[in-house]
Design a protein around this ligand. Structure first.
Ligand code: 0X9
Ligand code: ZN
Length: 432
């Protein structure tokens, strides 16, 4: 009797332990530092044929780290690789799983504004409620466009913010969160909605809403995002949650799914690949179709597209599918990115590493290349927010960094107004 009682107690205890463990418990975060070009090439070629080592971030150049997440049986493999190539490395976390926090339940309450905090990692439902309230409170400034449903049936809405919706202003289109685990990206997109709709400065002459319209899709991949919130075990999920014929494995890397130079580089054809499965065909995902439709429906007016991601504090422009060539207009792209980086730095933030995406690492089927190459958007970027915390940027620091990044977006706004707003006005004047 006593024995079976003990068994039950230990059984429950064991179960509890299991529930609290994440699949990344006992995983090690290793940072490899290439110190010269040879080592940089070796770092770029690093691959675990068994696919057990996850590459979190590729290094951009010498002294920028390649970050990998390593299961216990592969630590020696990574050490050996580093030693054989002369790569310096740093073991950051011996138990990465423990760094993954559980997300407190923040399901929408009756009145979102009483419990809502813009400097938190909010649930998709709370984000939706926030934008609904913003639209109701500012009907002449904010319009919501229904885009349809995500794979799992979440209703998605585009936030259109304009002080003169009939004026045909140039549009800045921002999206965020195509990669599920990159939580700081949708938090930034929502912060943009917050500032543009509640900061009186935004409406002033020379402010971000003067002559420029902002279209913001705060969370492109809500299914993946909610999955990463459901348990510590799922926190590092990146892809969508779609199911495709012929495979038991779920999801597609949305940023390999766009139909421009689709799958020519930096993708996996294996649906079970954790990271970069490009999908069975371009635009197989309802979520990437929505972004494509926004771009194509507004292609004449969108002058700037920014896709928010994390991490590493990079601001990169086309081409992403190759590092061998740059677009003719690369200097203008580079110049605007550097101005934005300086504005963030002046606000106390870290500067961005600015370059073409393909020079960082070639990967095809990204939204930035599609915007630039297929939709004809003259300025197109992927912005990787924050550095030093991988995908788990602490919530407590959002109130510091989001306002710093906002200064960068103000710079984007004034650059777009200066280049396209004025031209339009001059032409209007000439036409009168
Ligand atoms: O690999 C990506 O999709 C982006 N980096 S992330 O760590 N957030 O996954 C970079 C995309 C850059 N653009 C293209 N390669 N087109
Ligand atoms: Zn990303």
């Amino acid at each position: 009797m006593a024995r079976s009682y003990l068994l039950i107690v230990f059984g429950i205890f064991g179960l509890l332990l299991q529930v609290q463990c994440s699949q990344y418990d006992n995983h090690t975060l290793i940072r490899l530092y290439p110190w010269n070009l040879d080592q940089l090439h070796s770092a770029a070629k690093f691959e675990d044929p068994a696919g057990e080592v996850e590459i979190l971030k590729v290094s951009r150049g010498v002294n920028d780290s390649l970050d990998v997440l390593v299961p216990p049986n592969k630590v020696q493999f990574v050490r050996d690789y580093a030693d054989s190539k002369g790569l310096h490395y740093e073991v950051k976390q011996q138990n990465y799983g423990r760094t993954l926090e559980d997300t407190p339940d923040r399901l929408p309450r009756r009145r979102v504004l009483s419990s809502f905090n813009i400097f938190r990692y909010n649930s998709f439902a709370n984000m939706q409620e926030f934008i609904e309230v913003a639209a109701k409170k500012n009907p002449s400034l904010v319009q919501l466009q229904d885009l349809g449903k995500s794979f799992q049936g979440r209703r998605m809405k585009l936030v259109k913010i304009s002080s003169r919706p009939a004026a045909g202003n140039p549009i800045i289109f921002i999206d965020a969160g195509i990669h599920a685990r990159e939580w700081v990206a949708p938090a930034m997109a929502l912060y943009l909605v917050h500032r543009l709709t509640s900061d009186p400065e935004a409406l002033k002459a020379g402010g971000p809403l003067d002559g420029v319209d902002w279209y913001i899709l705060p969370l492109v991949n809500p299914d993946g995002y909610e999955f990463t919130r459901s348990s510590r075990n799922n926190r590092m999920w990146r892809k969508t949650r779609s199911k495709h014929q012929g495979s038991q494995c779920l999801g597609v890397d949305g940023n390999r799914n766009y139909g421009f130079k689709w799958a020519v580089s930096g993708v996996s054809n294996d649906p079970c690949h954790k990271e970069t499965f490009a999908g069975p065909q371009p635009f197989s995902e309802p979520e990437t179709q929505m972004v494509r439709n926004i771009m194509m429906d507004n292609s004449k007016r969108i002058k700037l597209y920014v896709s928010l991601h994390s991490y590493g504090q990079y601001l990169v422009y086309p081409w992403g599918y190759t590092g061998d060539i740059l677009p003719q207009e690369w200097k203008k792209l580079d110049d605007m990115a550097r101005a934005v980086s300086s504005a963030v730095q002046q606000a106390g933030g870290s500067p961005f590493k600015v370059m073409s995406a393909g020079k960082w690492y070639p990967a095809a089927g990204g939204s930035d290349d599609f915007a630039f190459g297929a939709a004809g958007v003259p300025y197109s970027y992927t912005m990787e927010l924050t550095d030093g915390f991988e995908f788990t940027f602490p919530e407590s620091r959002l109130s510091t960094v989001l306002p710093q990044f906002y200064e960068g977006f103000k710079m984007f706004g004034s650059r777009i107004r200066n280049e396209f707003g004025r031209l339009r006005k001059k032409r209007d004047v000439a036409e009168v």
